[in-house]
Design a protein around this ligand. Structure first.
Ligand SMILES: [Mg+2]
Length: 208
């Protein structure tokens, strides 16, 4: 911990950065509710994804969160080596907008899939989606990153990258996903296709 303060901090998202969320989510949805979704259909606004109202979304969201499926999500295997390398020079924290309801299984998953990378108290929940109706008033990821003194954010959602960049962070828009396409990116937001791209980004910075 003593050395953590002196090094820049990178805040890392879980879903579709460390974990194969879209794949796990649509598979669960197809099985449970008979949808025919693919990864490319994924939208973190589940009401839009399912084309159902907020009440039905909340019912399904509760079933999803109580199912334990998150614990079985696949992880991105190339992330571990990259994180080990980054850990040599950076303070690594996890920042997720998963509901605090799944805090225990999420924390366990992170430790099991990425052993030795993240300290216990370095896994943070923004609480954005704790209740569908609260989504607009909850603290943003950018604000949480700022509060935690993060210098960089790695996230697959454009809005979190843009929000964090507005607050002075450098943002890496992770993955070439259908849901994060954008013609041009604002200053301080750079796309990285995968974990090799993340390493390339930081090695270019350290070489400056
Ligand atoms: Mg994500």
């Amino acid at each position: 911990m003593a050395t953590g303060q002196a090094r820049p901090t990178i805040a890392i998202d879980i879903d579709d950065v460390l974990a194969d969320n879209a794949k796990g989510f649509v598979e669960f949805s197809n099985q449970r509710w008979g949808t025919t979704l693919t990864v490319d259909d994924y939208d973190e606004h589940w009401a839009k994804l399912w084309k159902v109202d907020n009440e039905e979304t909340e019912i399904r969201a509760n079933q999803f969160h109580e199912s334990g499926v998150l614990y079985n999500y696949d992880h991105n295997p190339s992330a571990h080596l990259a994180l080990e390398k980054l850990k040599e020079n950076y303070n690594l924290i996890v920042i997720t907008s998963r509901r605090t309801q799944v805090k225990d299984e999420t924390t366990l998953w992170v430790h099991e899939r990425f052993p030795g990378i993240f300290d216990d108290d370095h896994i943070h929940f923004a609480g954005i989606w704790d209740k569908i109706s609260d989504a607009s008033i909850a603290r943003t990821k950018g604000e949480l990153c700022q509060e935690l003194g993060a210098d960089y954010i790695i996230d697959d959602q454009l809005k979190h990258c843009v929000g964090a960049a507005k607050l002075g962070l450098k943002a890496l828009l992770f993955g070439n996903y259908l849901w994060n396409q954008n013609g041009s990116l604002p200053e301080n937001v750079q796309r990285v296709d995968d974990w090799s791209g993340v390493l390339r980004y930081f090695s270019e910075r350290s070489g400056q």
